[in-house]
Design a protein around this ligand. Sequence first.
Ligand code: CTP
Length: 438
Amino acid sequence: MKDITTDRRSNLIKKNVGDLMREMFSSRISEVISEIIRMADEIGCKAYLVGGFVRDLLMKKPNRDVDIVIEGDGIKFAELFARRVDGRVRTHKRFKTSAVIFSDGFRVDVATAREEYYAHPAALPVVEISSIERDLYRRDFSINAMAICLNGKETSMLYDFFGGQSDLKDHVIRVLHKRSFIDDPTRVFRAVRFEHRLGFRICEPTLLLLESATREKLFEKLSAERLFNEAVLILEEQKPEEALLRMNELGLLKFIHPELCFRVESNQLMNHCKETLVWFELNFPGREVRRWVVMMMALFDSLANDCRDEMLQKFKSAKKILSCPLVNLAKVEAATAKLHKPVVSPSFVGKAFENLTNEALVFMAAKQTGEGIKALVTSYLTNIKDIRPFINGEDILKMGVSPSPIISNILEQVMEAQLDGKLKSRHEALKLADKLSR
Ligand code: CTP
């Protein structure tokens, strides 16, 4: 392989960002950060803000995911900090990371500055490297590899060792060294995700490394769960279709299934899904829809059934993620096939939509052009789905029918009549049930 030299020589640029922090932080974030500083001073360690939180601050974008690195014992810090703020702490001893969760759900991620780095860190002199620099060097992209010192002599100082600020200014996604995608293949998907979320461009040397990682099929070593977690993150973004078009262009979708592609039609379908999600959320505010499920349905829509099965077989450990969109797709296809009649009664709609989740309803409405299905979904959700039956099994038993499948059969017929407006009261429902039981 051609040697692609991308390694960024460490060249520390410092900048005081105190004013920016005061300008951008909400009072909640400021309070939390003050508490972090007090705690770090008390136990005598250094605390840094890192990662996406710093990136977004420099871009003046709000971000509530406070990510800190401790030079010292991060786990001890997190435990004491959780006690101080009356929160819970969840620790991953192996990775020396913790999450402190406040009683209102606010979360602070705490890591211990890692000393290790991957093989051949040619860009870094081995002597006199601070823990924070090493920690940052093992991160994904220059724009995510900056830190803000929170306490001590350099309070509010931004540490930019790898050109993160200049890449932010130039709208560039760049890895820090050539092993980055080998160390962590999920970064290939992250690169595309950030590219489209931020409107940036993966720079040429990084693109060459990404393509080389793709050729070497590094993802085959990646666990299915991690692969699909990344896919979910992409599908949760505002413009997943742009990232997917790019993934298609880079040949990344074939690692999910060789037949999977994302072209004009899938793009159109995904756009319809986005519009339909807005329509659904506006019209049915209390009903929850998971955006990524709808988007994953759109992604897999063009895949034939046998390919979907192969995918499930291949990625068994991602079954939890994959089965929901795939089951939904099968149900939508079955329901759509039933709805080909020109006029359909409410009871018919009730039956056809019976086991459809909100995600399936949204997808179904998005897939059909015209207002037809939207009207049926509206009628189903407002007049059919939650309707309470006039009678129940107890009523039928009291009529002397012995426990058997006949009871549910009668209840079903009575419910059909109720949905179609043929019964106005419990009294009428009982009369019909009585007639049916004879
Ligand atoms: N990181 C990394 N390699 C990965 C995942 C994460 O180096 N495969 C580092 C990056 O420095 C990243 C930080 O861990 O900024 C936090 O990760 P995460 O929360 O996943 O990303 P964010 O950058 O915060 O992005 P988002 O805004 O999507 O939360």
